[in-house]
Design a protein around this ligand. Structure first.
Ligand code: FAD
Ligand code: NAI
Length: 468
């Protein structure tokens, strides 16, 4: 079979690239090694984690806030197997949606492990080692990533787990130690803390979500401590020993090595980042080498060192985010079709789906200081908003960073209810290079959480918020 484009990997990068190629009239194939399409994001990432975050949030509210709202429940309990079943149904629905989109766009789907025979021929090794080969003009590599698990952590998938296993625990654990206070650690830690698990988080650096704005780390840390999560910052895990029903973990303080923490917990969740996945892809047969981090090097057009072979998503440099992978999928398809697309990487937002949510776009305050850019910061706490009082979601704030002289918005950082959705306003404003005053003069419906956005803009542009 001869194709214009073959996409290897059906995650949000791969399947979106395939759709855009097909829309542009290219004969397109997609190869996926698993039976289900959708990649990490749909199957063991974004979607299932958000399904469990939503379910556990309902339980938490039923337990802690319903009574104040005047709703009384008797015999409230968690049915974790049902929670997992619902999560699986949500995943299945999404996977079916992708299957439908492949059919609708007349994209040929091959299930099996794809590998290069040479730059224009891909071998697909399917079930029972059945092999077929397809020829292709161009290739888009979208093979994604896998969790990083150092051998010393004794990953056994039973007691020492990654996010993949943490999405399928059938009994609420009594205790869990999480290595890594990043996005996965805090999202999945929240799920289990809400369900009643004692959650400990050991983080190597001096704050959680260390790549985000320091104010966001501080605000989120306060809220998660209220939820009962315990943090051990500046600590390095030195030993992880799984037993049959428990796992022993030792962590050392980075400031004083004689200070050790000993844990005996039901699960140890390793969440210290992900590595690009190119195992058995036969990159050498195409003449492609990976870099020191295992990523596929690409140029500004996302083309590898071999003309006609492109790579996108988690397997290349940049943030490991589904929407970044999607942008790159569209970008490469349009480039192959002869268009001149553009991605504004600086304006790709990042979100942590804890409660409160954290969402950000643009520069952090730390980055602006490091770059020596003069800036003004405007902050507004949700606590001062009528909408937040009505819903009792008082934690968090909106912080807008604007250039000191030009007033252009340089960064937006939100911790609070619906931050994940609100950040779109920040992206749109920054995409159009708006000033803080522009944002402050736009009407924001009352009562909404977005009023905090306007107030933070007022604070940034002229230090004159109305409601504090
Ligand atoms: P992937 O989604 O990893 O897809 C790659 C696909 O390629 C896989 O299906 C794999 O089986 C297949 N493949 C690999 N090698 C081969 C081969 N040789 N032949 C055939 N097929 C192959 N991001 C967000 O933006 N928002 C979130 O809320 C979010 N939540 C997350 C929660 C968790 C728990 C995790 C783990 C990740 C989360 N992410 C989130 C990150 C997001 O999942 C990834 O950034 C995204 O999936 C990357 O897309 P991708 O297409 O590059 O790769
Ligand atoms: P991460 O990079 O977000 O966080 C890893 C954390 O572990 C960091 O804080 C780091 O300092 C710490 N760490 C590293 N080594 C350590 C060690 N030995 N001991 C203790 N701490 C250590 O990685 P995470 O959480 O595994 O997520 C992987 C990727 O998946 C991220 O890049 C993220 O973009 C993506 N993801 C995105 C989500 C979202 O958009 N909401 C949700 C979940 C994952």
């Amino acid at each position: 079979m001869q194709y214009d484009v073959t996409v290897i990997g059906s995650g949000p990068g791969g399947y979106v690239a395939a759709i855009r190629c097909a829309q542009l009239g290219l004969r397109t194939a997609i190869i996926e090694r698993y039976a289900a399409l959708g990649g990490t994001c749909l199957n063991v990432g974004c979607i299932p984690s958000k399904a469990l975050l939503d379910s556990s949030e309902h339980y938490h509210n039923a337990q802690h806030t319903f009574k104040t709202h005047g709703i009384e429940l008797k015999d409230l309990k968690v049915n974790l197997p049902q929670m997992i079943r619902r999560k699986n149904e949500v995943v299945l629905d999404n996977v079916k949606g992708v299957e439908f989109l492949m059919k609708k766009n007349k994209i040929d789907v091959y299930h099996g492990h794809g590998s290069f025979v040479h730059k224009n021929r891909i071998r697909i090794t399917g079930e029972g080692n059945a092999v077929q080969e397809i020829d292709t003009q161009k290739v888009i590599i979208a093979t994604g990533s896998k969790p990083i698990v150092p051998a010393a952590f004794n990953y056994d998938k039973k007691r020492v787990i990654t996010s993949t296993e943490a999405l399928n625990i059938e009994k609420v654990p009594g205790s869990m130690l999480i290595i890594g206070g990043g996005v996965i650690g805090l999202e999945l830690g929240s799920v289990y803390a809400r369900l009643g698990t004692e959650v400990h988080v050991v983080e190597y650096l001096d704050r959680i979500i260390p790549t985000m704005d320091g104010d966001c780390s501080r605000e989120l840390s306060k809220s998660l401590k209220k939820l009962g999560m315990q943090f051990y910052l500046r600590h390095a895990v030195t030993e992880v020993k799984p037993g049959k029903t428990k796992v022993k973990v030792v962590a050392k303080s980075r400031d004083d090595e004689s200070k050790m923490l000993n844990f005996e917990v039901d699960y140890c969740l390793v969440a210290i980042g992900r590595r690009p996945y190119t195992d058995n892809l036969g990159l050498e047969n195409a003449g492609i080498a990976t870099d020191e981090k295992g990523r596929i090097p690409v140029n500004d057009h996302l083309e590898t060192s071999v003309p006609g072979i492109y790579a996108i998503g988690d397997v290349v440099r940049g943030a490991m985010l589904a929407h970044k992978a999607e942008e790159e999928g569209v970008f490469v398809a349009e480039t192959i079709a002869g268009q001149k697309p553009h991605i504004h990487y600086h304006l790709i937002p990042g979100v942590v789906y804890t409660w409160p949510e954290v969402a950000a776009v643009g520069y952090t305050e730390e980055e602006l200081k490091e770059k020596g850019v003069p800036f003004k910061a405007g902050k507004f706490p949700f606590r001062a908003l009528g909408r937040a009082r009505a819903s009792m979601d008082l934690d968090g704030m909106v912080k807008i960073l604007a250039h000191k002289d030009t007033d252009e918005i340089l960064g937006v950082h939100i911790v609070g209810a619906r931050a994940a959705d609100m950040i779109a306003e920040g992206v749109a404003l920054m995409e159009f290079r708006a000033s803080a005053e522009d944002a402050a003069r736009m009407s924001h419906a009352h009562p909404t959480y977005t009023e905090a956005f306007r107030e933070a803009a007022l604070a940034a542009t002229a230090n004159r918020p109305l409601h504090v």
